[in-house]
Design a protein around this ligand. Structure first.
Ligand SMILES: [Zn+2]
Length: 395
């Protein structure tokens, strides 16, 4: 996710704030301000808005703690966590590895809701200690903040335990089915199906409420159901992709006939002689027979057109030492994950320091498309393997 503000690192995990979060923060501050003003008319305007602001910031802190709980448990179970990003609808932890076993998945998934639940109960307990009664509106600034945070965190924990992807409850359910059945892909399918049923119930309930005087809240429930339905379908489809690509390595699909261009060539010549006539997306840049970088249409687009004559390919390319690389033996799934995680479309394939070819998202999509046209079962694998050899150059 781009357009995020980096807030720093905790335990090596980058913490980012997406701009969309500010929209929600503003909405929270305004609705809280209204709420505090309504239930505590004796508060001054200052008191109302400062309290609302502090509550919104603390809400952000509790969301971060929820995500940190997922991430720290993941780290302790040996998974690499890259970043946590908070955005309008909550937070996401970007892990580099998928949980390798059901127990890890279960612990990572449940850590978040448990943290929210503990925070929620602690806030409510402290408020009671300070004299708040459950039946009454909190009277002081401190209890008003704590009670709101208490309820919202308990609500967050419960909402996240709805058994549908991508909510934590979906992962918890998947890990339990995985633990019983010992089959990761099948458990995702079953969990996704259950998620779809839950989503359908939400939609039906929402519509029923809407037509029986529930109004806006009915629509809201239906909307959540629709969101869950979409997510469940996506994770069901993702298993198919995972199954189809499993066992395929980069050397099976990479292109070996990349066009090589010289570092000193001007961008104008590169565009006119290579980019437009061939329509390829990825070109290698060499200098005296050595691979020095990679250049793609977006790299060219970054340079204003009136400077194409005076800029060389070498100045616009991405140097080879800044590029992520894969081996011919790298599983295609890992390459895909690497590309998705770093928002890139192709990777150079290098073996023993020698450049072998390029693997791109487009190639993977083409492979999946061909498989779907042929209607091959997800377990179908080609009989003939051609690891390390080239067509027409077979030893
Ligand atoms: Zn969570």
């Amino acid at each position: 996710m781009r357009s995020t503000i980096k807030l720093g690192k905790i335990s090596g995990i980058e913490i980012g704030l997406h701009y969309s979060w500010f929209i929600i923060a503003a909405l929270i501050v305004f609705s809280l301000g209204e709420h505090f003003h309504h239930v505590n008319p004796h508060w001054s305007m200052w008191q109302v808005w400062i309290t609302a602001l502090i509550t919104a910031v603390l809400f952000f802190v509790t969301l971060l703690l929820h995500e940190l709980a997922h991430s720290l448990v993941a780290q302790r179970r040996g998974l690499r966590v890259r970043a946590i990003t908070l955005f309008a609808l909550g937070g996401v932890s970007q892990t580099q590895d998928d949980p390798s076993d059901a127990k890890t998945e279960f612990r990572v998934a449940i850590a978040g809701p448990i943290t929210s639940l503990i925070i929620g109960f602690c806030c409510l307990a402290i408020s009671m200690g300070l004299g708040w009664h459950m039946s009454a509106e909190p009277q002081t600034v401190v209890t008003a903040v704590l009670v709101w945070l208490g309820y919202i965190n308990v609500g967050l924990a419960l909402f996240n335990m709805i058994p549908g992807f991508p909510l934590d409850g979906g992962r918890v359910l998947r890990s339990i089915i995985w633990g019983i059945g010992k089959n990761a892909d099948r458990s995702t399918r079953i969990a996704a199906r259950i998620g779809q049923i839950v989503a359908l119930l939400f939609i039906l309930d929402g519509i029923w409420q809407f037509f029986h005087g529930g109004g806006f809240s009915g629509l809201w429930i239906a909307f959540i159901g629709w969101f869950l339905m979409d997510a469940a379908k996506a994770s069901y489809a993702e298993v198919g992709v995972t199954e189809e690509l499993r066992g395929t390595s980069v050397s099976d699909i990479m292109s070996r006939d990349c066009i090589v261009v010289n570092r000193g060539m001007s961008l104008q010549d590169f565009v006119d002689m290579y980019l437009l006539p061939t329509g390829q997306r990825c070109y290698l840049v060499e200098e005296q027979g050595r691979l020095v970088g990679l250049i793609t249409p977006p790299d060219v687009a970054k340079i204003p057109r009136d400077r194409w004559d005076s800029t060389t390919v070498g100045e616009a390319m991405r140097p080879v030492n800044e590029l992520h690389r894969v081996n011919p033996e790298t599983p295609v799934l890992d390459a895909l994950k690497l590309m998705a995680g770093n928002d890139i479309n192709q990777l150079p394939v290098v073996s023993n320091g020698n450049f072998q070819g390029v693997v791109s998202r487009a190639q993977i999509i083409r492979l999946l498309h061909v498989r779907s046209v042929l209607q091959l079962p997800t377990t179908y694998r080609p009989m003939v393997r051609h690891h390390g050899t080239q067509v027409g150059k077979t030893a």
